[in-house]
Design a protein around this ligand. Structure first.
Ligand code: DP6
Length: 339
């Protein structure tokens, strides 16, 4: 690190199939439940971040996709403070210039900050090891710690108050289930209204459903999901993924005031996938939605062409979003899907 003034690294996006929602410790960023995600390959969706440090920089500065952002935000500064305290005298008096480019919509609920913060983690190779790196990354974005690994990754909530056992570990490597593909349906590339951080704070305060989910439902879901992945059991994987996404958005609606991340088009996608699976007599696609209206479909490679034609048929590319909804208004009359 001493002789390195600038470095660029790439970190992938991860998409949770058992969602993280809620913190039990806001300073250490400790979750109220374990979570599990798939890491996308970096040639599809990733954040490329260049970090330069110098004594000649007057202040920390941050650019995302070429536009300068406020670098004084609490999460970024917490993360940088951690880095400063760990790198010590080597970087004393230095400021950071951070430039991150995503090849996908930023802040539209597509885990963009996770990829960006994971880059920070890759950049700073601490002597202390992975637990400390993960701790620092989580200061930026909790779910970012899952982007440290490829394949399927779980973030164990842990139960120690110092957070030393709250750590992301790989469940299976990239090579385990190469047939698994991810399709992202961008419903809106607008910045989300309620950030994950503030949304989950309100949920923790107000939603009894979240408490029940975290304590009584997620532990079993985690075990079932891990088994489904280990056994490459797509039918089980698909059902848990969709139910978990539904439950997460039910928690958002149970939050007071309620949070609605999904919009009409998101719900139409749920209907299309449900109807498509019923039509096929088995799960061929499963959806999951994070803190935004965009859909992520986990699909086996052999089924991608058919799913894509169904999606493109009912959601033809047009600037006019009303026509997407129009296009699906009679979905239940559909007797046959395009091949
Ligand atoms: C819905 O990691 O963005 O995508 O820790 O407050 O930064 P903070 O939240 P963040 O939340 C991600 C929430 C989610 C579910 C998930 O990825 O597990």
């Amino acid at each position: 690190m001493a002789d390195r003034k600038q470095a660029t690294c790439i970190a992938p996006v991860n998409i949770a199939v058992v969602k993280y929602w809620g913190k039990r410790d806001e300073n250490l960023i400790l979750p109220i439940n374990s979570s599990l995600s798939g890491t996308l390959s970096t040639d599809q969706m990733c954040a490329k971040t260049t970090i330069a440090i110098s004594k000649s920089f007057q202040r920390d500065r941050l650019w995302i996709n070429g536009k300068e952002q406020d670098a004084t935000g609490k999460r970024l500064q917490n993360c940088l403070r951690e880095v400063r305290s760990r790198c010590g005298s080597e970087i004393e008096g230095c400021h950071y210039h951070i430039c991150s480019v995503n090849n996908f919509p930023t802040a539209a609920g597509l885990a963009s900050s996770a990829a960006g913060y994971a880059c920070l983690g890759e950049y700073f190779e601490y002597k202390e090891g992975i637990t400390k790196i993960q701790f620092t990354i989580r200061q930026g974005s909790g779910s970012a710690c899952r982007s440290m690994y490829g394949g399927f990754v779980k973030w164990e909530m842990g139960n120690k108050s110092d957070g030393s056992d709250s750590i992301a570990v790989q469940v299976t490597p990239e090579s385990h289930w190469p047939e698994m593909e991810v399709l992202i349906l961008v419903v809106s590339d607008k910045k989300k209204g309620v950030s994950s951080t503030s949304g989950m704070q309100t949920s923790v305060k107000t939603s009894k459903l979240l408490k029940y989910r975290a304590e009584s439902l997620v532990p079993k879901l985690m075990t079932e999901m891990e088994t489904a992945i280990q056994q490459k059991n797509y039918q089980a994987f698909a059902e848990i993924t969709m139910k978990d996404s539904n439950q997460f958005h039910a928690v958002c609606l149970d939050t007071y005031p309620p949070i609605a991340y999904m919009n009409d088009i998101s719900h139409k996608i749920v209907q299309l996938i449900t109807h498509f699976n019923q039509y096929c007599g088995e799960y061929k696609a499963c959806y999951t939605f994070d803190a935004g209206p965009n859909a992520v479909l986990y699909v086996l490679a052999k089924d991608v062409p058919q799913i894509l034609s169904a999606v493109c048929h009912y959601f033809p590319c047009t600037e006019n979003h009303d026509s997407y909804i129009q296009g699906l208004s009679n979905y239940s009359d559909v007797k046959e899907f395009p091949k």
